[in-house]
Design a protein around this ligand. Structure first.
Ligand code: LLP
Length: 415
């Protein structure tokens, strides 16, 4: 498959000098996102699934520059909240290219989405509970509706991201046909949907295949649908020596498992589009020799990149400042007062010194989006790269931003 460039961009493929100059110019920690890579990944998906409707799961990276790039690359937007719908519309996606997937939606989300649907009536709303349909009806929604099934099978890189089969998500698949028959009169029933989980590797292909097979059966039983959406979840390699997912093989397995269906296949990956388009740059602020190891304290923490703390996720780390120094075994830790604020334990790194700039790979997906201000730490800025050079896409948060929502007792107005 061509798809514009190699199937995976490793941390070692980034231009070291360029990253060092960005850290010098914009400070650290710093997210860097290469929009050219986002574009290539969209193309790669469209080539692997030429007959399918491809959406991007906005939750992986909701920055405007990324959304505009995805839109221009012909990939649509799958949104998990009113905020994501707003961002997709703001980034220029027309209503017909926006799908909102409601997961136990708060009233405020439904209010907002229905009000946006009124001026964008081609938007699709996916529901994972029958009572969400009642709540949509109460708000006057009678538009394009998709039913999310719980397919009873799931997969993912961690139990916390294995969605399919979890009671929280979707309507038990055997109840979907009756519900579909009930709602057809009133709504424009356009699709059925399921999502196995996130970070599916080659080893999980059998679970993916089984999900698709069940969804094919469901689509045939329900009939008269525009699309059958089998979710996203395509994994990317996080370790430098991990083989990339063979997207063409996944696409073939998907087609084969789906079988003959009178509805368009739809997929909605997030990670695959942005993971390897992003790196996180961070400077070493503390080097502490202890008997068993060297603790390398950096200025990014679990508040900057949560994945290692939350899922024990592996991110490649390189020392951009000293690539040829002798490796030493290290613990790479952040500045947050939590034991889980550790990026790596027992990782060999070229002998880090205070001031060195490290790069953490594959930070483009679920990186900035999961950042927080815990420990009152401002979130980092993001620089995007494109043919015309680097550009600040999100500025660094300041301490003032972190406290801006606070009100003192004297400012309190009783209601
Ligand atoms: N569709 C639905 C309905 C989803 O819930 C998700 C992800 C996706 C698509 C996209 O999955 P992807 O292609 O990105 O794997 N924070 C976790 C991942 C959580 C994913 C949640 N849902 C992580 O950092 O690994």
């Amino acid at each position: 498959m061509s798809g514009g460039g190699p199937a995976v961009r490793r941390l070692s493929d980034w231009d070291r000098e360029h990253l060092l100059s960005l850290a010098g110019e914009f400070g650290s920690p710093l997210y860097v996102t290469d929009l050219r890579r986002v574009r290539e990944n969209c193309l790669r998906l469209r080539e692997a699934f030429p007959e399918a409707h491809v959406s991007y799961a906005v939750k992986a990276h909701a920055g405007r520059a990324v959304l505009e790039t995805v839109r221009e690359a012909g990939v649509d937007a799958e949104c998990a909240s009113a905020g994501e719908v707003e961002r997709a519309l703001d980034a220029g996606f027309p209503g017909e290219r926006v799908r909102y997937t409601a997961v136990n939606p708060p009233d405020a989300d439904l209010d907002h989405v229905v009000s946006r649907w009124e001026s964008n009536p081609e938007m699709t709303v996916t529901v994972g509970a029958a009572d969400t349909i009642d709540r949509l009806r109460e708000r006057g929604f009678d538009g394009r509706l998709c039913l999310r099934a719980n397919p009873g099978v799931g997969a993912g890189h961690h139990e916390k991201v294995t969605t399919g089969g979890h009671a929280k998500f979707g309507i038990p698949i055997d109840r979907v046909p009756d519900l579909a028959a009930d709602v057809r009169e009133e709504f424009d029933l356009v699709g059925v949907h399921a999502h196995a989980g996130s970070g599916i590797s080659g080893d999980d292909l059998s679970a993916h295949r089984e999900l698709v097979r069940r969804m094919g059966d469901l689509a045939r039983e329900v009939g008269g649908l525009e699309f059958v959406d089998v979710g996203g979840g395509f994994g990317v390699p996080y370790r430098e020596d991990e083989p990339p997912l063979d997207l063409a093989a996944v696409a073939d397995a998907t087609r084969e498992a789906l079988g003959e269906v009178d509805a368009q296949l739809a997929v909605e990956p997030g990670r695959y589009v942005v993971a390897d388009a992003g790196v996180l740059l961070s400077r070493v602020n503390t080097v502490k020799e202890v008997p068993e190891t060297t603790v390398v304290g950096i200025d990014a923490g679990m508040t900057t990149l949560l994945r290692p703390a939350m899922y024990d996720a592996y991110h490649a780390i390189s020392n951009l400042s000293r690539p040829d120094a002798d490796p030493v075994s290290t613990i790479v830790a952040g500045p947050v007062c939590e034991t889980s604020d550790v990026f790596a334990d027992g990782r060999d790194l070229p002998d880090p010194e205070r001031g060195d700039c490290l790069a953490l790979g594959n930070a483009g997906a679920y990186g900035y989006e999961m950042a927080s201000t815990y420990n009152s730490r401002p979130r980092p800025p993001e620089v995007v790269l494109d043919a015309d050079g680097p550009r600040l896409a999100r500025r660094r948060e300041t301490l003032h931003d972190v406290t801006a929502l606070e009100r003192t007792a004297s400012e309190h107005i009783p209601n």
